[in-house]
Design a protein around this ligand. Structure first.
Ligand SMILES: [Zn+2]
Length: 493
C-alpha cells in the first residue's frame, strides 16, 4: 500500500514536471528564435529563406544553393557529412550528432533543386520578395520553404538539452528530386545508406486538406502520406518507310498511325481501382463530413457507382483511384511542312497505383493502341512499394504533434499521386512519411510548380513548431522503439 502511494505520488510529480517542461519549451519555441545566417550573424528564418530562394537552383545546378544551406547548418552547430559536391550531385547531411555516433536516425529529407520558372510568371521568380506577410519566388514551398520549416524545428530542438537523445536527427538535402536524376537521393542511397542509419524519414507531403476541398468539415484534417503512386515514363515510337513529299497522301504514314493509336489510348476512360489505402481515405474523410455525404463516403463500396462518378469530376482525387496515362509530348524527326516525317514519337507519363503489375499494365496498353509496330520503351520506373505502417511511434508522435499544435484537428494517412524521394526509403522498408504540417490555401497549392509560387510566412513558424513538438517527444523517450515495440506502444498495450 505504502509503495503504491509512493508510486502514485512519483507518477503525479513526473506528469507535473513533464507538463512544465513541455510548456516551458513551447514558450521558448513560440518566441521568434534567431538562428545564425550563412554570414555568421544572427538572422530571422524569413531572411535565411529569402537568401536561399535568391540563389536559382534549377535541377542540375544545385551547388551554389547547396553551399549556402550547408553553411547555415554548419554555423548553427550541425555536423556535416558530404555526399557529393558538384552540380547534379550536391548532397549533404547535417545532424545533431556526428553520423558515426550510429544512433538510429530521424531524417528530415528535402531537395535543393527547383523546377524552371513558369512562362506565365508575373513576379521575378528568384526575388524572394516579401509582401503582406507572404514570400514569393520559385521554391518558396517546393522545397526551400518546406526545408526551412524542417531546419527551424531541428534548431529549436537543439536549444534544449539533447545529449541524452536516443536518436540522431538529420537534415538531409539532396539534388535533382524534380528530375529524379541519378546524382540525387538515388546516389546517396547507393553509397551512403549505411552511414545514414535511418530509423524513419519525413519528407514532402500534404498540408491541411479541408482548405483544398469542397464541403463543410467538423475539424481541420492533416494528411500524412504513407505511400505513393509509381511513375512509369514511356516513349512510344513508330518508324515508317514512307517519307515522301506532302503533296501526295499515302494510305499510311507514321504521324497518321501514331495519332490514331494515341487517340484510342487517351480516349478510353481510366478504370477506377479501389484498394485498402484509398478506401480508408474516403472513410476517414467521411468521418469528418456531415449528412448524406458522410453516409456515402463512409460506405464507398455500397455506393460505388455514385462515388466513382463524383471522383471523376475531380481529377486530382480520381488520380488516387486509378492508373493514369497522360500524353505529355508528341514529336517527330522533321519540322518541314511539305515532307512526311519518317518517325513519330510520344511521351507518356503514367502513374501506377502501388501494387499494379507493370507488365500487365503495358500489355493492356499494347492492346489499346492496336498497332504492333509501335515500339514502347520505359524511360523511368519504380518498383512496387508497400505503405509505411501507421502503427509506429514515429507516425503516432507526428500525429500527436500536429494535434497539439492545432487543437481540434485530426490526421489521416493517405497516398500521394506523385512520387518523391521518400519512395527510395519505402522500397528499402524504412518507414517514410510525407507531411507539410501547415495550412495552405488553394492559391498557395496551385502556385507550386506554377506561376508566382508563394508561402505565408506565418507557416514557417507553425510548421516548425509541429516538428519541434514531435522531436521533443522523440528526444525525451527512453530509447528507440523497434518496429515491434512501436506497434505495441501505439496500440497502447
Ligand atoms: Zn518537391
Amino acid at each position: 500500500m505504502h509503495f503504491k502511494r509512493r508510486f502514485f505520488i512519483l507518477r503525479v510529480m513526473k506528469i507535473f514536471l513533464s507538463t512544465l517542461f513541455t510548456c516551458c519549451s513551447l514558450l521558448v519555441c513560440s518566441q521568434s528564435m534567431k538562428i545564425t545566417g550563412a554570414d555568421g550573424l544572427p538572422a530571422d528564418i524569413e531572411k535565411v529563406l529569402q537568401d536561399y530562394i535568391r540563389i536559382p537552383s534549377v535541377s542540375g545546378q544545385e551547388r551554389e544553393a547547396g553551399e549556402y544551406l550547408k553553411q547555415v547548418c554548419l554555423n548553427n552547430g550541425l555536423h556535416i557529412a558530404d555526399f557529393g559536391n558538384e552540380d547534379g550531385m550536391y548532397n549533404f547531411a547535417a545532424s545533431i550528432f556526428p553520423l558515426p555516433s550510429d544512433k538510429p536516425n530521424i531524417i528530415f529529407l528535402n531537395h535543393l533543386d527547383v523546377v524552371p520558372e513558369s512562362e506565365a510568371e508575373e513576379t521575378e521568380p528568384y526575388s524572394g520578395r516579401i509582401e503582406n506577410g507572404t514570400i514569393y519566388g520559385r521554391g518558396t514551398i517546393d522545397n526551400k520553404g518546406a526545408a526551412m520549416i524542417q531546419l527551424y524545428g531541428i534548431l529549436q530542438t537543439m536549444q534544449n538539452a539533447f545529449d541524452h537523445s536516443p536518436y540522431n536527427i538529420t537534415f538531409l538535402s539532396v539534388s535533382c528530386e524534380e528530375t529524379q536524376c541519378s546524382g540525387g537521393m538515388a546516389y546517396v542511397k547507393e553509397h551512403f545508406m549505411d552511414q545514414l542509419n535511418a530509423a524513419v524519414v519525413f519528407g514532402e507531403g500534404p498540408s491541411e486538406l479541408t482548405g483544398l476541398m469542397e464541403g463543410d468539415f467538423e475539424h481541420p484534417i492533416f494528411g500524412i502520406s504513407v505511400v505513393h503512386k509509381r511513375p512509369l515514363w514511356l516513349t512510344l515510337e513508330l518508324a515508317s518507310k514512307t517519307n515522301g513529299h506532302g503533296s501526295i497522301t499515302p494510305n499510311t504514314y507514321a504521324n497518321k498511325e501514331m495519332i490514331a493509336a494515341l487517340n484510342k489510348l487517351v480516349q478510353k476512360k481510366q478504370k477506377a481501382i479501389f484498394n485498402e489505402t484509398n478506401i480508408k481515405f474516403l472513410k476517414d474523410i467521411g468521418e469528418h463530413h456531415h449528412g448524406i455525404k458522410k453516409m456515402v463516403l463512409k460506405h464507398p463500396m455500397l455506393f460505388k457507382p455514385f462515388v466513382i462518378a463524383e471522383l471523376r469530376k475531380h481529377p486530382e482525387l480520381f488520380s488516387l483511384f486509378s492508373n493514369t496515362i497522360t500524353l505529355t509530348n508528341i514529336y517527330s524527326n522533321s519540322d518541314a511542312v511539305n515532307k512526311l516525317s519518317s518517325l513519330a514519337g510520344a511521351y507518356l507519363d503514367c502513374r501506377l497505383l502501388p501494387d499494379t503489375d507493370e507488365k500487365e499494365f503495358l500489355d493492356k496498353m499494347r492492346k489499346k493502341l492496336k498497332n504492333d509496330d509501335i515500339k514502347i520503351s520505359v524511360i523511368n520506373s519504380l518498383p512496387k512499394n508497400k505503405p509505411s505502417q501507421v502503427e509506429t511511434i514515429y507516425y503516432k508522435n507526428m500525429s500527436l504533434a500536429i494535434q497539439e499544435k492545432y487543437p481540434n484537428s485530426v490526421t489521416i494517412d493517405m497516398m500521394m499521386p506523385n512520387v518523391n524521394d521518400l519512395g527510395l526509403f519505402r522500397v528499402a522498408n524504412i518507414p517514410a512519411y510525407g507531411t507539410l504540417p501547415i495550412f495552405c490555401d488553394k492559391e498557395e497549392v496551385r502556385s507550386v510548380h506554377g506561376k508566382n509560387e508563394h508561402l505565408h510566412l506565418e507557416s514557417l513558424h507553425s510548421g516548425a513548431e509541429v516538428f519541434y513538438i514531435f522531436l521533443n517527444k522523440m528526444v525525451n523517450q527512453n530509447g528507440p522503439a523497434l518496429p515491434q515495440e512501436a506497434q505495441t506502444q501505439a496500440a497502447g498495450l
